[in-house]
Design a protein around this ligand. Sequence first.
Ligand SMILES: [Zn+2]
Length: 65
Amino acid sequence: MSTLRCSICERYFDPATSDAMPFCSKRCKQVDLGRWLGERYSVPAERSEEDEDEGPSRHSSDGED
Ligand SMILES: [Zn+2]
């Protein structure tokens, strides 16, 4: 008996019983598709840190008033 590992739910399943290869179920297939589209249409939230590494922002009142 050969098993495959579903990349969505990470469970091992029997490919012979799956109707949504290479996933264990149609549900996982949908999840994968959703992720795929999600990544494509939404901006990854990895840029939320922006420039917080500039330390305390000093007051910009240096006499240029
Ligand atoms: Zn699965």
